[in-house]
Design a protein around this ligand. Sequence first.
Ligand SMILES: Cc1cc2nc3c(=O)[nH]c(=O)nc-3n(C[C@H](O)[C@H](O)[C@H](O)COP(=O)(O)OP(=O)(O)OC[C@H]3O[C@@H](n4cnc5c(N)ncnc54)[C@H](O)[C@@H]3O)c2cc1C
Ligand code: SF4
Ligand code: SF4
Length: 404
Amino acid sequence: MLSIQEIVESGLCIGCGLCAAIAPDDIVIRSTTNGAERPAERVPVTGDALAEINRVCPGLHVEVEPTAPEEDHSALWGQVRRLAKGHAGDPTVRFESATGGVLTALGQFMLTSGRVEQVLHVGPVPGDPLNWQAKVSTTPAEVAEGSRSRYGPVAPLTRLVEVLDSGIPTAVVAKPCDIAGVRSMLRGLAIGHPGDVRYVLAMACGGASLLTKTTDMLDSFGVAPDQVKSLSYRGYGNPGPTRVVADDGSTHELTYQQLWEDEGTWDLQWRCKVCADGMGEVADIVSLDCWPGGGPTVEDDGFNGIIARTIEGAELLDAAIAERVIVITDDDLPVHETLELWQPHQSRRKRAVPQRLAAMAASGLPVTAYTGVHFDRFTTGSVDDGTMVRIERGANRDPQPRFS
Ligand SMILES: Cc1cc2nc3c(=O)[nH]c(=O)nc-3n(C[C@H](O)[C@H](O)[C@H](O)COP(=O)(O)OP(=O)(O)OC[C@H]3O[C@@H](n4cnc5c(N)ncnc54)[C@H](O)[C@@H]3O)c2cc1C
Ligand code: SF4
Ligand code: SF4
């Protein structure tokens, strides 16, 4: 069993906030000096609470449980019942959201169709545009307030225990690692527990940047963090600009290509470099970008790739299409060719992860346990030298923040 400090200092914590939801009196999520969000402990957590955190922490475990027939499984891309391309039927949702608005449209549809009564996702902290937080939305308008991408730290699961204890039918929309934590929590619910999470939806995720990615950009604009009036990383177009409006009314923009052109400035969290589930194999539905080659060349109308992975996901997608909430433009696409074309970086990373994990283990560090991911079917298990060097330099080591 690992202490919270050991999880954080090994680099496995992604700051999902689930431990703080489990032990709210003793753990809060705080910003670290290196631009992450990590659990701070009042006193070191021990006993049953620590055992539960070790069971569900998505830094430590990701469990993929395929339910689809074998012919719908890909070792690299997980189970895929349906792979399509499309967008939100509502043009405003489509325009304002990160890509084609599929996650926002489905979040709204799950509420309006009575499938759930609330959606747990994330959104900007009101009055504090640099920071995002967990958000429980009960209306379509609230779901739309939390759309678009947060390319920085955010802890979606700080409210998961509250949501489960409420017994209210819920959907969760979050990153794949967050969804892995939700699935682990659901697997451990005692018989008779009111927890009622009906759908879990994810975006494809290449990695979550530290806040330094954002503050470096503000520096380049000459805008101090406390002078930011509004900040949008993308959306309002596809992919849409990264736009900062300062208190003095000045507006500063970067294109998506400018924001991400230099990989050396991505400031990704360590956990993301050893992530084998950036494609959300744990989710019911995954929404993704679908630019050939993995990046945009022009601004255009937004289209999402959509993967229905489970029976629940496939049924939800069918119903949303029937109601024109989702419009499909290409259907039943071949899995391997299409996802290699749209998500080449995901393919490269997943093939590299076993070697990176082997380097962590060889350095005496704990590693994320992936259950149901068959690395041996697409890669070898040798040790990645570059990761060894980075570990020797301490690149994996996150500081644990102070409680107060
Ligand atoms: C950190 C990060 C990395 C990404 N990497 C990839 C990638 O490699 N490949 C790819 O195809 N797409 C990636 N995306 C996803 C892409 O930006 C779009 O979000 C995706 O295509 C879904 O589009 P949409 O229009 O359906 O989303 P929207 O309708 O805008 O909905 C987005 C939903 O995601 C939630 N959300 C946003 N940011 C976060 C976050 N940081 N943590 C948890 N929940 C969040 C919002 O609350 C909202 O519910 C990434 C997104 C993020 C946030
Ligand atoms: S990954 Fe989540 S549950 Fe695990 S230590 Fe970090 S914040 Fe806590
Ligand atoms: S890359 Fe993986 S670990 Fe990192 S935020 Fe995305 S899903 Fe989580």
